[in-house]
Design a protein around this ligand. Structure first.
Ligand SMILES: [Zn+2]
Length: 88
């Protein structure tokens, strides 16, 4: 990923700056994370809020998907052992 350094702000389209880089070990391999932000701090605040909202929404979707998957699995296993479930 080389376009990380030509990262444009999703809101105003300005070239984003590297705020900080951090290194951390993920699964025993060193991973460098670059945090980019809009040079306009007011704009960056709005973008942060947008991203947070989006993240929450995504997490909600994942939770719903997992719930549905569990329901589907349950329904599938119910179909297999039909004789025990006929009581309901
Ligand atoms: Zn911006």
């Amino acid at each position: 990923m080389t376009d990380r350094y030509t990262n444009l702000c999703i809101r105003c389209g300005k070239q984003r700056m590297v705020v900080k880089t951090k290194k951390e070990y993920i699964n025993s391999s060193l991973v460098q994370t670059t945090i980019m932000a809009c040079p306009d701090s007011a704009c960056q605040k709005i973008v942060d809020q947008m991203l947070r909202k989006e993240k929450m929404l995504r997490e909600k979707i994942i939770v719903n998907q997992e719930r549905e998957k569990k329901l589907r699995d349950r329904r599938r296993s119910r179909g297999r052992k039909k004789s025990t479930e006929d009581k309901k």
